[in-house]
Design a protein around this ligand. Structure first.
Ligand SMILES: [Zn+2]
Length: 336
C-alpha cells in the first residue's frame, strides 16, 4: 500500500513539475526581443526626462483601462466606522470612496502618548488573497505583522483592502487616493510619507511610488525581478499591464523611484522570483540610481527564506528617512 501511495505521489509531483516547466517555457516565449523605452540615460537630466516620459506612458495605459476621477469630481468622503483603543495606538476602521464610485475599507492607526503629531506615515499594502487585517495580524509568517510594527513604532499607518484586478496597475488611482487620505489627516506630516508592501503589495508599492512623488521612501518586498525572471516561473500575470509589457523591463519601473530611498526585499528561496533574476533586476535599478548620484540610497535585502516580509534593512531605512533629519542628508547625497 505504501509503495502504491509513493508512486502516486511521485507521479503527481512529476506532473506538477512538468506543468511548471511547460508554463515557464511558454512564458519565456513571450519575452520581448527588445523594449521600446529601456533606461539608457547617462546624465541626471536625461534620466529625469526618461522618468517623466515613462510616467506619462504608464498613466496613459492605466487611464485607457479605467478612467481616473479627481477628488473634486469624486470626493474621498472618509468615514470612521469604528474605533479600537490599543495600548500604544488607536485603530480606526474607515471607509472611503474609491475611484470607481464604490466605498472601500481600510485600517487607519494613530500613535498614542506622543502628542498629537504630526507623525510620519506609512501606507501598508497586502498581497494576493490578503486584506487590511492580514498586514496587522500575522506575526509569524508572510507579512510578519509589519503594519503593526510601524504602528507601534510611532507611524500613522493606513492599510487598505484592495481587490485583485486583471492588472495590478489598475489600482493606481485608488492607491493615489490613499496617499490623498494620508495627506488630508491633521495627524500626518505630509512631508514624511512612505509606502511598503509584500507580494502584489510590493508590486503596488512599485507602481505607486513610481507615479506619486509625494512618497519619500518605499519598501518593495517579494516583488522585484526582471521580465525574464517573472516569465520564467508560472506567476499570476496581473503585472502585464497592456502597453507596458513591451515598454521596458518590469524591474526598470523602479528607476522611476530614484533618487528616493528604497529597499528591495528578495529572499533566497522565493518560488515566485528566482534570486539570480532578482539580483539582475537590482543591478539594473542600481545603475539607474547611480546616474542620479544616488546609488547609496537603494539596497537589496537578501536572506534565507521563502516568499515573506523581512524588515531588517527596511525598518532602519524608513526610520532614518521619515523620522530623522535624513531626508536632507539624502538630498545632499543625491546632489553629488
Ligand atoms: Zn495577480
Amino acid at each position: 500500500m505504501r509503495s502504491y501511495l509513493t508512486y502516486v505521489c511521485l507521479g503527481i509531483a512529476f506532473i506538477v513539475a512538468l506543468a511548471c516547466t511547460v508554463a515557464a517555457q511558454e512564458g519565456l516565449q513571450r519575452l520581448p526581443k527588445e523594449f521600446e523605452m529601456s533606461f539608457t540615460a547617462t546624465t541626471p537630466e536625461e534620466a529625469l526626462q526618461w522618468q517623466n516620459a515613462a510616467r506619462e506612458k504608464l498613466f496613459g495605459y492605466v487611464e485607457a483601462l479605467c478612467p481616473r476621477k479627481s477628488t473634486e469630481e469624486l470626493p474621498l468622503d472618509v468615514k470612521i466606522e469604528s474605533t479600537e483603543e490599543l495600548e500604544v495606538y488607536t485603530k480606526h476602521r474607515i471607509s472611503y470612496m474609491g475611484n470607481e464610485g464604490e466605498r472601500k475599507t481600510a485600517i487607519l492607526t494613530i500613535p498614542k502618548g506622543k502628542g498629537n503629531g504630526p507623525f510620519p506615515a506609512i501606507l501598508a499594502l497586502h498581497g494576493h488573497g490578503g486584506n487590511e487585517d492580514a498586514v496587522f495580524d500575522d506575526p509569524k509568517v508572510l507579512y510578519r505583522a509589519f503594519a503593526d510594527d510601524f504602528a507601534r513604532g510611532g507611524y500613522v499607518v493606513l492599510a487598505p483592502s484592495l481587490e485583485h484586478r486583471d492588472y495590478a496597475g489598475m489600482q493606481l488611482w485608488n492607491l493615489i487616493r490613499l496617499v490623498d487620505i494620508l495627506e488630508s489627516r491633521p495627524e500626518v506630516d505630509k512631508e514624511r510619507l512612505g509606502v511598503g508592501g509584500l507580494s502584489m503589495g510590493g508590486e503596488w508599492t512599485m507602481w505607486l511610488a513610481a507615479c506619486d512623488l509625494r512618497l519619500k521612501a518605499a519598501i518593495v518586498s517579494g516583488w522585484m525581478c526582471t521580465t525574464e525572471g517573472c516569465l520564467s516561473v508560472p506567476n499570476c500575470q496581473c503585472w502585464e499591464l497592456p502597453g507596458f509589457f513591451t515598454l521596458m523591463d518590469v524591474c526598470e519601473i523602479n528607476i522611476l523611484l530614484a533618487p528616493r530611498p528604497v529597499v528591495f526585499e528578495s529572499s533566497l528561496r522565493d518560488p515566485c522570483f528566482p534570486i539570480h533574476h532578482c539580483r539582475d533586476g537590482f543591478a539594473k535599478i542600481r545603475n539607474g540610481y547611480a546616474v542620479f548620484g544616488a546609488k547609496d540610497v537603494v539596497s537589496q535585502d537578501t536572506w534565507d527564506a521563502g516568499h515573506e516580509w523581512h524588515g531588517e534593512l527596511a525598518y532602519p531605512m524608513i526610520d532614518e528617512v521619515l523620522k530623522g533629519n535624513a531626508i536632507s542628508v539624502y538630498r545632499e547625497k543625491n546632489r553629488r
